[in-house]
Design a binder for this molecule. Structure first.
Ligand code: ADP
Ligand code: MG
Length: 316
């Protein structure tokens, strides 16, 4: 047992965040609150980017729409953002009107320098694109003898230091690529379409995240669940949100309404804030960003494993 440098409480250090070396002095923190107090929130925040994976193994739940607009909206607020596409469909680049000469495939398989692959797409917003070649990377990863879930974190991790936020758009599966994405991420945001099947999807995701958490020994936090394609006039949507709130409580974000402008924006190669700044879609994503950015969710969000265990306990 050691003593917390801030509150004086006794604890046994288990995590990297519980130790910091300031000058010659070693400091110990029993919890994140103490670390923040001891080092100052800003010093703590600037240590590394918040890395968020937008994940749901079901297709068409609004992952790409959320990742693109979240990243673009945070960048518009002046934060440095890197948006990474880990889906071989390559929808991120298409939505923003960019084609990367080199893609995530080159980073993963050929060890290309991240700086040579990153495409600046807007002010404060860089993108790493993907395309069909990424499917080959999955095969390549599967053949590795060891560390096949760590390649992305190893290749990309150090290069993310210059950013404040890293947003990862995941494909609709729990492939090795997504395991790599989760390994790189500290937090996950799960968009769930407001229909019944999507709720089943959430349970699957939670179960899988729990497994990943267990196997990788890497704790991913659940930033939140965001209902998408919400239509307040239908009972289905209302019930979906109620059910989700029952499960996820304060981790449930306000819904993103079904909004045609959101579906149209990508074909104009624009974010919702460029294409239709006064739309419901822009309003809803602004609210999501407010909450995401302001709440320092990374430090307060519960580990996915804990949420999954609670859900299981309640028979979810
Ligand atoms: P995923 O990445 O999970 O497969 P997408 O973000 O690509 O899902 O969304 C699927 C389709 O639905 C896309 O054509 C997208 O433009 C559209 N879309 C996403 N969110 C909304 C919304 N809130 N309202 C209307 N259309 C949406
Ligand atoms: Mg997608």
């Amino acid at each position: 047992m050691v003593e917390c440098s801030v509150c004086g409480g006794r604890f046994s250090a288990q995590f990297a965040y519980q130790v910091a070396v300031v000058g010659q002095e070693k400091r110990l923190f029993c919890q994140l609150e103490c670390r923040k107090k001891g080092l100052g929130v800003e010093a703590f925040r600037s240590r590394r980017a918040r890395r968020l994976a937008v994940l749901n193994q079901k297709g068409g739940t609004g992952k790409t729409t959320t990742a693109v607009n979240l990243a673009a909206g945070i960048a518009e607020r002046g934060h440095e953002v890197l948006l990474v596409d880990t889906d071989a469909q390559g929808n991120v680049g298409t939505s923003l009107g960019v084609v990367g000469e080199k893609t995530l495939y080159h980073v993963l398989v050929e060890g290309a320098q991240v700086e040579d692959v990153v495409v600046p797409v807007r002010s404060h917003l860089d993108v790493i694109c993907s395309d069909r070649m990424l499917a080959t990377a999955e095969v390549w990863l599967a053949r590795l003898d060891s560390g096949r879930d760590r390649v992305l974190a190893e290749r990309l991790g150090p290069a993310t230091r210059k950013y404040q936020y890293v947003v990862i758009d995941c494909g609709p599966s729990l492939s090795l690529l997504n395991q790599n994405a989760l390994r790189l991420a500290d937090e996950v945001l799960i968009p769930v379409s407001c229909d019944y099947l999507a709720l089943v999807g959430v349970k699957q995701v939670m179960r899988t995240l729990k497994d990943i958490d267990k196997h990788l020994g890497h704790s991913v936090r659940l930033t939140g669940v965001v209902p998408t394609f919400y239509d307040g006039r239908t009972k289905l949507s209302q019930e979906a949100v109620e059910t989700l709130r029952g499960h996820f409580k304060e981790r449930l974000f306000d819904p993103i309404r079904r909004n045609t402008k959101l579906a149209e924006a990508p074909s104009h190669r624009q974010t919702i804030f460029e294409y239709a700044p006064d739309s419901h879609g822009a309003e809803d994503y602004h609210k999501l960003i407010d909450r995401f950015v302001d709440q320092l969710a990374k430090y307060t969000a519960p580990p996915v494993a804990r949420v999954a265990a609670e859900l299981a306990g309640r028979g979810a």
